[in-house]
Design a protein around this ligand. Sequence first.
Ligand code: G
Ligand code: G
Ligand code: MN
Ligand code: NA
Length: 254
Amino acid sequence: VQMENALRQALERREFVLYYQPQVDIGSGRIVGMEALIRWQHPEMGMVAPGRFIPLAEETGMILPMGAWVLRSACQQLRTWQSEGHRNLRVAVNVSARQMAEQGFVGSVADVLVEAGLDPTCLELELTESLVMNDVEHAIVVMRQLKKLGVKLAIDDFGTGYSSLAHLKRFTVDVLKIDQAFVRDLTVDPDDAAIVTTIIALAANLNLQVISEGVETLEQLSFLRAHGCSQMQGYYFSRPVPASAFGAVLDEND
Ligand code: G
Ligand code: G
Ligand code: MN
Ligand code: NA
């Protein structure tokens, strides 16, 4: 209850902020999108990482109003960047299991898009495998409804969860995000290299886009590019940064 109150208060006091991390197309060298990542700017503790409050937000249900705030803020922010002349960008937003399970989630996404004036194809929702596997049949229904809206769907942390290939076939997703755990030792661990090249091939064969996260070095970038992964995200390009700083990055990109 204490934590729930703390999170509720933080929301009311507007202590949450979104950071943005670029997603880069290696072929063109251009930023094609950004992932929105929540931070808690605590008055005493300073910047609190999501790992320290997202699990609690999920347990308490506070993730519902927080998730709604994230979605609205991210969509409005992208619309602002678009109106400043930055074209062909998408924003990726993390969705938690509790949000997905909530009645009316799809409707709330539709409302946010209308309110922000954002083209649905510019919004990408990141769903983790464990989220989807939590209740496969319900997740499939919701994914189909979201696809109808026109939003893009990505499987986050791909390869770390329990989704089978049989399920993947039924998921109406557009993008697989290769988990950073496989990318980290890619250039030294043959198993990780095999896993990553297999995911890239799988995505290509299923006509899905693939993006690698956690790219930190030129060696990792080169390996991924050589094996056909053209979209990347990671510290090599940029850490997640506040919206104001990201705007400056976009100005340079154009
Ligand atoms: O930003 P960072 O790498 O510290 O994020 C840590 C974890 O928190 C990641 O698993 C990320 O998906 C999750 N996370 C970040 N922002 C959000 C958000 O807005 N909603 C949800 N549900 N998870 C988020
Ligand atoms: O679970 P999810 O993929 O949403 O989490 C993304 C997390 O990974 C964020 O917390 C983000 O800060 C972090 N991250 C992004 N790029 C890198 C990177 O290059 N290296 C590492 N170690 N973490 C990263
Ligand atoms: Mn993510
Ligand atoms: Na991830």
